[in-house]
Design a protein around this ligand. Structure first.
Ligand code: AMP
Length: 377
């Protein structure tokens, strides 16, 4: 019987996994180099570097099953843990997602539509890439990019030099800029037995490359089916176990894949308060070999990411936003500008109710002017 889950990474995703796992009777051990890893309040913390072999061995020996909350851990570290206990998703899925070139090539091989792309590792290659793919385009680092970091948008020929100055030290890819109408993500869980469940496709709004808002449900049954078919190909190909997210652009009614994350995902945080089973619970159910829970929405939901500093959400301030259907999640992280510090999910039974509550909350958070809420509601 599985009792102890080891997690490579101890950030908010690990923390929310542990919060979902406690009622399932699971204990948690986190390996994370940060002394103040926010998941550590919910389990044991091995504070060590990602490649510390003794620490990885300790995690593997003490865990019945292991997983990760962060895709930039070295895949060799996950393989070392895997020599001591099962690791889900398999380190090969981690490996496939870590390099944008490898990732996009895999998506293309599986006939999952992506924007045209080419690898770039020199100035002449960048010029040739712009010549081939055209402008506008996005130059991205192949590794370690997240939340829009390690990217430059090129609109004019003269942007090439500026982008090269910024990113030229790294291995890169250049891809066509997608003039998308909306961004969305499909999140799925696949059990050890191969059965898959999918949450409603989520409509996402980014600001400065960082997710700002997610809303679900938001798309037609036909679009949902198409998104499920796309992520389904990846899940089957990788013989995947656990939760995966596929980020998509919708342009002219077509879905194009941007990237996939072999883990629970920020755009699925609303599932904690508004789906019958959250992404965190189903990830644990999948990796522990339990039956997966129903992923339908219990209510409509809109999540705001909270960056920098946690807003006051108790006492008198609670009179300034709706009294019911609002769920605050404080990750207990030290405040820092731009840092993901928590999220708040608004729920309602109707679209009208969701619109009213979300507008009131956006005004309270002071983001009503900068976020185009109308575009997601
Ligand atoms: P990424 O790090 O690839 O997830 O990109 C972060 C955000 O940048 C995306 O969610 C989009 O808003 C934007 N973005 C990335 N790639 C493209 C692209 N090829 N075309 C248009 N926007 C993009």
């Amino acid at each position: 019987m599985i009792k102890t889950v080891g997690i490579l990474g101890g950030g908010q995703l690990g923390r929310m996994l542990a919060q979902a796992g406690r009622p399932l009777g699971l204990d948690f051990i986190f390996l994370d180099p940060a002394a103040d890893a926010c998941a550590a309040e919910w389990g044991d913390h091995i504070q060590a570097d990602w490649s510390d072999e003794a620490a990885l061995s300790e995690l593997g020996q003490r865990s019945d099953v292991a997983t990760f909350d962060f895709e930039n851990i070295p895949d060799d570290s996950a393989r070392l843990v895997e020599s001591l206990c099962p690791v889900y998703p398999a380190p090969s899925a981690l490996f496939a997602s870590q390099d944008r070139l490898r990732e996009k090539t895999l998506l293309q091989e599986l006939e999952i539509p992506v924007a045209p792309f080419v690898p770039v590792s020199s100035r002449p290659e960048l010029m040739a890439a712009v010549e081939k793919i055209g402008l506008p385009g996005v130059l991205k680092t192949r590794r370690f990019g997240y939340d829009g970091k390690g990217q430059a948008v090129l609109r004019l020929d003269e942007d090439m030099e500026r982008a090269w100055q910024k990113l030229g030290d790294y291995k890169l890819i250049y891809e066509a800029f997608v003039p998308f109408d909306t961004e969305c993500s499909i999140i799925a869980a696949r059990g050890r037995d191969g059965l898959c469940v999918y949450w409603p496709l989520t409509h996402n709004l980014h600001r400065d490359g960082i997710l700002a808002i997610s809303r679900a449900p938001a798309f037609s049954a036909g679009t949902q089916q198409r998104a499920e078919a796309l992520i389904g190909k990846l899940l089957e190909h990788l013989d995947y176990t656990g939760v995966m997210a596929l980020e998509l652009f919708m342009a002219d009614g077509e879905l194009l894949a941007n990237e996939f994350a072999p883990r629970v995902h920020n755009s699925g945080h609303w599932t904690i308060d508004a789906a019958n089973t959250s992404q965190f619970e189903n990830h644990l159910r999948a990796i522990c070999g339990m039956a997966l829970g129903n992923t339908n929405n219990a209510t409509r939901a809109l999540m705001f990411n909270l960056l920098g500093e946690m807003p006051d959400h108790g006492g008198e301030s609670s009179n300034q936003y709706p009294a019911t259907g609002v769920y605050w999640h404080d990750y207990h992280k030290t405040a820092r500008q731009g840092r993901k510090i928590g999220h708040v999910t608004v729920t309602a039974q109707s679209d009208t109710g969701l619109r009213a509550r979300s507008s009131q909350l956006a005004a309270y958070l002071g983001v009503a002017a900068e976020l185009n809420l109308e575009s997601v509601l």
